[in-house]
Design a protein around this ligand. Structure first.
Ligand code: 3VV
Length: 241
């Protein structure tokens, strides 16, 4: 039997460029595509959490609360870590997101898609867009004064996003239950009220600073702990019980 991933339509060696777009189309159509749906079992998911309901706040979850010392509405949040791929100013390969506090437990940001973010010709890679949404939701930690990491993230890609598009991002924390923070985000094109191109829901889990010091690579942890500015930023989150 043919393996499910057998989609190769041309020899591995040598590059054969189809001479016309119809050749491209027929090459694409002839690719074998598996229609088998992956089963969602503890073995395949790796965890025992029910995936479909886990992003919906359960009845009895509380509202997310803006910390009294949260940055003022409109204030730039800054980066939680200079080398962060999402928001770090010192990260040459990063997205350099600049995120601003909203009036509630919400934030906004703008992200210009650059040529290095392509997945298909002239279009943003979906993983990069998910990362931008993830980072925007993660930055809600500044408004709640809590450290949290992404536990689960689900993205809907609604419209293709061409290179040079400015994605207007916004995120809000909708509910909190114990260590679980339920968040959602959208990315709009053409302006903050433009059509939705991407949207996501995520479950963040509150952690202590030891999450990073226990699991991070020694080299970076030592450098972070030797940087008073980084320690100050970490302390800013360590307020909640
Ligand atoms: C001086 C040095 C300073 C350094 C510090 C710098 C300051 C940092 C400040 C701010 C950082 C912000 C960073 C944002 C960056 C952007 C966001 C990211 O990319 S984060 C990276 C990607 N995410 C991970 O790497 C998580 C990897 N996963 C884990 O570590 C664990 O699985 C963790 C912590 C998420 C949960 O593990 P458990 O053992 O602590 O807790 P359990 O009991 O498993 O879960 C708690 C509750 O959450 C539910 N839960 C956990 N994971 C779930 C999932 N995937 N789906 C559904 N529910 C889940 C569980 O069912 C449980 O719920 P029930 O309380 O029983 O109701």
């Amino acid at each position: 039997m043919r393996p499910a991933c057998h989609a190769r339509t041309r020899p591995r060696t040598g590059v054969r460029v189809p001479s016309s777009s119809s050749a491209v189309n027929s090459a694409v159509r002839s690719a074998h595509v598996s229609t088998a749906r992956p089963r969602n079992t503890p073995e395949t998911s790796g965890r025992h959490h029910p995936p479909k309901t886990s992003l919906t706040p359960p009845p009895g979850a509380g509202a997310a609360v803006r910390h009294p010392d949260a940055p003022a509405p409109g204030e730039l949040l800054g980066s939680h870590y200079g080398q962060c791929f999402g928001c770090g100013a010192d990260q040459a390969h990063g997205l350099h997101l600049e995120i601003r506090a909203g009036e509630g437990v919400d934030v906004t940001a703008e992200f210009r898609v650059r040529p290095v973010h392509q997945g298909a010709p002239g279009l943003a890679h979906g993983g990069v867009l998910s990362t931008a949404l993830d980072e925007t939701m993660g930055s809600l930690c500044w408004l709640m004064h809590t450290i949290m990491v992404t536990g689960r993230l689900e993205t809907d890609f609604v419209r293709p996003v061409p290179v040079d598009t400015v994605l207007h991002l916004s995120a809000t924390a909708s509910a909190v239950q114990g260590r679980k923070v339920f968040t959602r985000a959208t990315g709009r094109i053409g302006g903050p009220d433009g059509p939705v191109a991407v949207r996501a829901e995520a479950l963040f889990i509150k952690v202590q600073v030891e999450h990073f010091t226990d699991h991070g690579r020694d080299e970076e942890i030592k450098a972070a702990m030797a940087d008073p500015d980084q320690v100050r930023r970490a302390r800013a989150f360590e307020v909640n019980p």
